[in-house]
Design a protein around this ligand. Structure first.
Ligand code: MN3
Length: 254
Protein backbone atom coordinates (compact mmCIF):
# COMPACT_ATOMS: atom_id res chain seq x y z
CA UNK A 1 0.00 0.00 0.00
CA UNK A 2 1.24 3.43 -0.86
CA UNK A 3 2.35 6.03 1.57
CA UNK A 4 0.26 9.09 2.36
CA UNK A 5 1.84 12.21 1.02
CA UNK A 6 2.15 15.57 2.70
CA UNK A 7 0.50 17.32 -0.19
CA UNK A 8 -1.77 19.92 1.37
CA UNK A 9 -5.40 19.74 0.48
CA UNK A 10 -8.55 20.57 2.33
CA UNK A 11 -10.53 20.99 -0.80
CA UNK A 12 -13.87 19.29 -1.25
CA UNK A 13 -14.46 16.96 -4.15
CA UNK A 14 -13.77 16.71 -6.98
CA UNK A 15 -10.10 16.27 -6.24
CA UNK A 16 -7.57 18.13 -8.35
CA UNK A 17 -5.73 14.94 -9.19
CA UNK A 18 -8.76 13.33 -10.79
CA UNK A 19 -9.17 13.29 -14.53
CA UNK A 20 -11.42 16.19 -15.39
CA UNK A 21 -15.07 15.85 -16.24
CA UNK A 22 -15.32 12.29 -17.48
CA UNK A 23 -18.09 12.21 -20.00
CA UNK A 24 -21.16 10.14 -19.39
CA UNK A 25 -20.87 6.96 -21.35
CA UNK A 26 -23.70 5.23 -23.16
CA UNK A 27 -24.74 2.05 -21.46
CA UNK A 28 -23.53 -0.52 -23.95
CA UNK A 29 -22.69 -3.05 -21.31
CA UNK A 30 -19.37 -3.74 -19.70
CA UNK A 31 -16.31 -2.41 -21.61
CA UNK A 32 -14.21 -4.98 -19.81
CA UNK A 33 -14.74 -8.39 -18.29
CA UNK A 34 -13.64 -7.02 -14.94
CA UNK A 35 -16.64 -4.71 -14.62
CA UNK A 36 -19.14 -6.56 -12.44
CA UNK A 37 -22.09 -7.64 -14.52
CA UNK A 38 -24.67 -6.03 -12.29
CA UNK A 39 -23.18 -2.55 -12.59
CA UNK A 40 -23.70 -0.32 -15.60
CA UNK A 41 -20.31 1.32 -16.23
CA UNK A 42 -21.90 4.62 -17.22
CA UNK A 43 -23.07 5.06 -13.65
CA UNK A 44 -19.64 4.71 -12.12
CA UNK A 45 -17.54 6.44 -14.80
CA UNK A 46 -14.64 4.07 -14.48
CA UNK A 47 -13.67 3.85 -18.17
CA UNK A 48 -13.42 6.36 -21.00
CA UNK A 49 -14.24 4.81 -24.35
CA UNK A 50 -12.83 7.80 -26.24
CA UNK A 51 -9.32 7.30 -24.89
CA UNK A 52 -9.55 3.61 -24.05
CA UNK A 53 -8.27 4.42 -20.59
CA UNK A 54 -9.66 3.56 -17.20
CA UNK A 55 -10.36 6.73 -15.21
CA UNK A 56 -10.75 7.73 -11.59
CA UNK A 57 -14.38 8.57 -10.82
CA UNK A 58 -15.01 11.56 -8.56
CA UNK A 59 -16.21 10.81 -5.05
CA UNK A 60 -20.00 11.23 -4.92
CA UNK A 61 -19.70 13.35 -1.74
CA UNK A 62 -17.15 15.58 0.04
CA UNK A 63 -14.20 14.03 1.87
CA UNK A 64 -15.72 14.81 5.28
CA UNK A 65 -19.11 13.26 4.47
CA UNK A 66 -18.40 10.08 6.45
CA UNK A 67 -17.37 11.89 9.64
CA UNK A 68 -17.23 10.95 12.43
CA UNK A 69 -17.04 7.32 11.31
CA UNK A 70 -14.31 7.72 8.70
CA UNK A 71 -11.92 10.67 8.90
CA UNK A 72 -11.95 13.19 6.05
CA UNK A 73 -8.18 12.78 5.64
CA UNK A 74 -8.62 9.03 5.25
CA UNK A 75 -11.23 9.51 2.53
CA UNK A 76 -8.99 12.01 0.73
CA UNK A 77 -5.88 9.85 0.74
CA UNK A 78 -7.86 6.70 0.02
CA UNK A 79 -9.50 8.17 -3.07
CA UNK A 80 -6.88 10.59 -4.40
CA UNK A 81 -3.83 8.43 -3.78
CA UNK A 82 -4.74 4.77 -3.34
CA UNK A 83 -7.61 4.52 -5.80
CA UNK A 84 -5.77 6.72 -8.28
CA UNK A 85 -2.79 4.36 -8.06
CA UNK A 86 -4.96 1.37 -8.96
CA UNK A 87 -6.27 3.20 -12.04
CA UNK A 88 -2.74 4.13 -13.11
CA UNK A 89 -1.49 0.61 -12.42
CA UNK A 90 -4.26 -0.96 -14.49
CA UNK A 91 -3.66 1.32 -17.47
CA UNK A 92 0.09 0.73 -17.20
CA UNK A 93 -0.30 -3.06 -17.09
CA UNK A 94 -2.62 -3.07 -20.12
CA UNK A 95 -0.20 -0.85 -22.04
CA UNK A 96 2.71 -3.15 -21.23
CA UNK A 97 0.75 -6.18 -22.40
CA UNK A 98 -0.05 -4.34 -25.64
CA UNK A 99 3.69 -3.68 -26.13
CA UNK A 100 4.42 -7.35 -25.62
CA UNK A 101 1.81 -8.31 -28.23
CA UNK A 102 3.58 -6.15 -30.80
CA UNK A 103 6.93 -7.69 -29.90
CA UNK A 104 8.24 -4.44 -28.41
CA UNK A 105 8.02 -5.77 -24.88
CA UNK A 106 9.47 -8.70 -22.97
CA UNK A 107 7.22 -11.73 -23.37
CA UNK A 108 8.72 -13.24 -20.23
CA UNK A 109 6.83 -10.57 -18.29
CA UNK A 110 3.32 -11.60 -19.36
CA UNK A 111 2.85 -13.39 -16.04
CA UNK A 112 3.87 -10.28 -14.11
CA UNK A 113 1.69 -7.85 -16.06
CA UNK A 114 -1.30 -10.19 -16.10
CA UNK A 115 -1.05 -10.35 -12.32
CA UNK A 116 -0.91 -6.56 -12.24
CA UNK A 117 -4.11 -6.40 -14.30
CA UNK A 118 -5.83 -8.59 -11.71
CA UNK A 119 -4.57 -6.61 -8.74
CA UNK A 120 -5.02 -3.07 -10.06
CA UNK A 121 -8.15 -3.90 -12.03
CA UNK A 122 -9.66 -5.43 -8.92
CA UNK A 123 -8.61 -2.41 -6.91
CA UNK A 124 -10.16 0.02 -9.39
CA UNK A 125 -13.50 -1.72 -9.56
CA UNK A 126 -13.65 -2.55 -5.86
CA UNK A 127 -13.11 1.08 -4.89
CA UNK A 128 -15.45 2.46 -7.55
CA UNK A 129 -18.17 0.30 -6.02
CA UNK A 130 -17.11 1.00 -2.44
CA UNK A 131 -17.59 4.80 -2.66
CA UNK A 132 -21.17 4.21 -3.77
CA UNK A 133 -21.86 1.51 -1.21
CA UNK A 134 -21.49 4.26 1.39
CA UNK A 135 -23.55 7.41 1.95
CA UNK A 136 -23.38 10.09 4.64
CA UNK A 137 -24.76 8.83 7.96
CA UNK A 138 -28.44 9.66 8.31
CA UNK A 139 -28.53 10.96 4.72
CA UNK A 140 -28.73 7.69 2.84
CA UNK A 141 -26.17 5.90 4.97
CA UNK A 142 -27.09 3.44 7.70
CA UNK A 143 -30.42 1.90 8.62
CA UNK A 144 -31.24 -1.53 7.30
CA UNK A 145 -31.84 -3.15 3.93
CA UNK A 146 -35.22 -2.86 2.26
CA UNK A 147 -37.19 -4.60 -0.45
CA UNK A 148 -36.00 -7.77 -2.13
CA UNK A 149 -32.53 -7.48 -0.65
CA UNK A 150 -33.97 -7.48 2.88
CA UNK A 151 -35.96 -10.61 2.05
CA UNK A 152 -32.92 -12.29 0.53
CA UNK A 153 -30.78 -11.53 3.56
CA UNK A 154 -33.47 -13.07 5.74
CA UNK A 155 -33.57 -16.15 3.54
CA UNK A 156 -29.81 -16.58 3.13
CA UNK A 157 -28.73 -15.79 6.69
CA UNK A 158 -31.78 -16.51 8.85
CA UNK A 159 -32.20 -12.92 10.02
CA UNK A 160 -30.74 -9.47 9.54
CA UNK A 161 -29.09 -9.75 12.96
CA UNK A 162 -27.41 -13.02 12.00
CA UNK A 163 -26.24 -11.45 8.74
CA UNK A 164 -24.73 -8.50 10.61
CA UNK A 165 -22.90 -10.77 13.03
CA UNK A 166 -21.44 -12.85 10.21
CA UNK A 167 -20.61 -9.73 8.14
CA UNK A 168 -18.70 -8.19 11.01
CA UNK A 169 -16.82 -11.41 11.77
CA UNK A 170 -16.02 -11.95 8.09
CA UNK A 171 -14.66 -8.44 7.55
CA UNK A 172 -12.79 -8.22 10.83
CA UNK A 173 -10.90 -11.48 10.27
CA UNK A 174 -9.56 -10.95 6.74
CA UNK A 175 -5.86 -11.80 6.77
CA UNK A 176 -3.81 -8.75 5.85
CA UNK A 177 -5.27 -6.29 3.34
CA UNK A 178 -8.55 -7.19 1.72
CA UNK A 179 -12.32 -6.97 1.66
CA UNK A 180 -15.44 -8.39 3.21
CA UNK A 181 -18.01 -9.04 0.50
CA UNK A 182 -21.73 -9.73 0.32
CA UNK A 183 -22.44 -11.08 -3.15
CA UNK A 184 -24.96 -13.02 -5.19
CA UNK A 185 -23.75 -16.40 -6.40
CA UNK A 186 -25.46 -16.35 -9.80
CA UNK A 187 -26.23 -20.04 -10.21
CA UNK A 188 -27.97 -20.59 -6.88
CA UNK A 189 -28.97 -16.89 -6.57
CA UNK A 190 -28.17 -17.08 -2.88
CA UNK A 191 -26.30 -14.38 -1.00
CA UNK A 192 -22.82 -15.27 0.21
CA UNK A 193 -20.46 -13.55 2.59
CA UNK A 194 -16.82 -14.14 1.76
CA UNK A 195 -13.40 -12.62 2.18
CA UNK A 196 -11.27 -11.12 -0.56
CA UNK A 197 -7.56 -10.87 0.14
CA UNK A 198 -5.54 -8.10 -1.51
CA UNK A 199 -7.86 -6.82 -4.26
CA UNK A 200 -8.62 -10.09 -6.03
CA UNK A 201 -7.67 -13.22 -4.10
CA UNK A 202 -10.29 -15.65 -2.77
CA UNK A 203 -13.02 -14.15 -4.93
CA UNK A 204 -15.90 -16.44 -5.90
CA UNK A 205 -15.94 -16.72 -9.68
CA UNK A 206 -18.92 -14.95 -11.18
CA UNK A 207 -20.19 -13.63 -7.84
CA UNK A 208 -21.95 -10.29 -8.25
CA UNK A 209 -21.13 -7.79 -5.51
CA UNK A 210 -23.88 -6.23 -3.43
CA UNK A 211 -21.91 -4.79 -0.50
CA UNK A 212 -18.23 -4.63 0.27
CA UNK A 213 -16.07 -3.17 2.99
CA UNK A 214 -12.44 -2.29 2.41
CA UNK A 215 -10.47 -3.56 5.39
CA UNK A 216 -7.00 -2.57 4.22
CA UNK A 217 -5.37 -0.51 6.95
CA UNK A 218 -5.35 2.53 4.65
CA UNK A 219 -9.18 2.52 4.91
CA UNK A 220 -9.28 3.12 8.66
CA UNK A 221 -5.89 3.40 10.34
CA UNK A 222 -5.83 7.16 11.03
CA UNK A 223 -8.85 6.93 13.32
CA UNK A 224 -8.94 3.29 14.42
CA UNK A 225 -5.29 2.13 14.31
CA UNK A 226 -5.32 -1.62 15.04
CA UNK A 227 -9.01 -1.72 16.02
CA UNK A 228 -10.44 -2.98 12.74
CA UNK A 229 -13.56 -4.36 14.41
CA UNK A 230 -14.47 -0.85 15.63
CA UNK A 231 -14.18 0.42 12.05
CA UNK A 232 -16.38 -2.42 10.78
CA UNK A 233 -18.98 -1.57 13.45
CA UNK A 234 -18.89 2.10 12.45
CA UNK A 235 -19.25 1.19 8.76
CA UNK A 236 -22.76 -0.09 9.50
CA UNK A 237 -23.76 3.57 9.95
CA UNK A 238 -22.64 4.33 6.39
CA UNK A 239 -24.05 1.53 4.26
CA UNK A 240 -26.02 2.87 1.30
CA UNK A 241 -28.69 0.18 1.27
CA UNK A 242 -30.51 1.81 -1.65
CA UNK A 243 -27.47 1.39 -3.92
CA UNK A 244 -26.84 -2.11 -2.57
CA UNK A 245 -30.48 -2.97 -3.21
CA UNK A 246 -30.13 -1.89 -6.84
CA UNK A 247 -27.09 -4.10 -7.26
CA UNK A 248 -29.01 -6.99 -5.77
CA UNK A 249 -32.08 -6.45 -7.97
CA UNK A 250 -29.93 -6.43 -11.09
CA UNK A 251 -27.92 -9.44 -9.99
CA UNK A 252 -30.96 -11.66 -9.61
CA UNK A 253 -32.59 -10.33 -12.80
CA UNK A 254 -29.74 -11.63 -14.93
MN1 MN3 B 1 -8.64 0.71 -0.35
Amino acid sequence: MGQPTSQPSSQPSPPATSPTAPKVLPDKGPPSAIIPGNVAPAELKVFDEATGQFILPALPYPFDAMEPHIAAKTMEIHHDKHHAAYVAGLNKALAELARIRTAAGDSALVKFWANQVSFHGGGHINHSLFWNMMAPPGKGGGGSPRGKLAEAIQKSFGSYEQFVAQFKATAASVEGGGWGWLAVEPWSKQLLLFQGEKQQDLMVTGALPVLGIDVWEHAYYLKYQNKRADYVNAFLNLINWEFCGKLYDRAIAR
